[in-house]
Design a protein around this ligand. Structure first.
Ligand code: FNR
Length: 333
């Protein structure tokens, strides 16, 4: 996988499931990260080839839920992000998924309590030996590229030392969110740190944290210019309207939501997840009639009705039933 001059959909818990990833690829993203999945959750899954949806599902052995769903279309573009504090568990996960994904990433930037208390995410930034152990174990034993995603430290010097140490572990690229662990997303991103890191490292640096200033494709180019990074990774700007990846210009939100919903139907996503994602897209329109109607939805079909996609939903459901019949898995009662 080549990371240079790439536009990347950032990892986003709950948002970064298959529908948003495929839609981002449609709009021009080159690489898409999946949501962070904690190592032990993935370890307790079984890999299932889903013949009805044409997907690969990693299904929880505990509760039967789909922990990770992917498909052949994204195989060369999807980066699987692990939340981990343990080299052995990280390797077990990486070996489990490496045939189905393009690269493995380790989250070393998450500031949430859950991650920090578990020694994961940004907690790793202050444990260079643990970082080395996890990354070197992955790089030495996994066939696909390994990367990691960090936040910056207090001083530029400390941050550069950390980045050089990570580079020496043999990773293929490094994603840098230009904020410190305690800095929130409304605060300024330290683009100057990313610029300095890009200058210092030999491996591609992926700039992240620019969404406050990204409303359209040209703004992505400005962020690239400011940071001089090899690639750009976008989270919130894509969460709000993922057609931001379109070189020809962003599309109206309604059209984006419709296309998103079609993928939700195609891949039989959970209604709760789809609702969350569409709410994130609606933002201050959540109080509108459409926003209120969305809040009331309990099923995928009722959700589709809001955007006049109920006929599409029924058609797809018929198709799934047909495939179920052909697969021999369907046992009429
Ligand atoms: C995130 N972020 C994040 N980061 C990560 O490494 N793994 C993850 O699973 C998540 N989850 C997540 C969910 C949501 C809803 C948001 C908004 C963010 C952080 C994200 O990838 C990124 O680093 C920051 O949002 C900064 O980039 P932007 O938003 O300025 O482009």
């Amino acid at each position: 996988m080549d990371y240079r001059d790439k536009l990347i959909l950032a990892p986003m818990v709950r948002m970064g499931t298959l529908p948003l990833r495929l839609l981002s690829l449609d709009y021009g993203a080159d690489i898409v990260y999946g949501e962070e999945i904690i190592d032990w959750r993935m370890i307790n899954t079984t890999r299932v080839e889903n013949q009805i949806l044409d997907t690969i599902d990693y299904v929880s052995e505990t509760d039967g839920s789909v922990v990770f769903r992917t498909c052949s279309r994204e195989k060369d573009r999807i980066v699987f992000q692990i939340g981990t504090a343990d080299a052995k568990r990280a390797l077990e996960v990486a070996l489990k998924v490496e045939a189905d994904v393009a690269a493995i990433d380790v989250n070393m930037g998450c500031p949430k309590d859950f991650s920090i208390k578990g020694g994961m995410g940004a907690a790793l930034l202050r444990q260079p030996e643990k970082i080395q152990e996890i990354l070197a174990t992955l790089v030495q034993n996994v066939k696909i590229p390994v990367t990691c995603k960090i936040r910056i430290l207090d001083s530029l010097e400390e941050t550069l030392n950390l980045c050089k140490m990570i580079q020496n572990c043999g990773v293929s690229a490094l994603a840098v969110h230009g904020r410190r662990k305690e800095e929130r997303s409304h605060q300024n991103n330290h683009d100057d740190y990313i610029r300095a890191i890009s200058k210092e490292l030999k491996i591609p640096v992926i700039a992240n944290g620019g969404s406050n200033d990204i409303k359209c494709y040209e703004d992505i180019l400005s962020f690239k210019k400011r940071t001089n990074a090899a690639a750009i990774m976008i989270a919130r700007a894509a969460q709000w309207n993922c057609s931001v990846f379109r070189r020809q210009g962003s599309l109206p939100l309604e059209s984006v939501i419709k296309s998103y919903l079609k993928y939700v139907v195609d891949y039989d996503s959970l209604v709760g997840n789809a609702k969350y994602c569409i709410q994130s897209m609606l933002r201050d329109l959540q109080d509108s009639d459409v926003g209120k109607a969305l809040l009331d939805c309990q099923t995928l079909e009722s959700l589709c009705q809001i955007w006049s996609l109920d006929a599409y939903y029924r058609l797809k459901q018929e198709e799934f039933k047909c495939r179920l019949g052909k697969s021999g898995l369907y046992q009429p009662s």
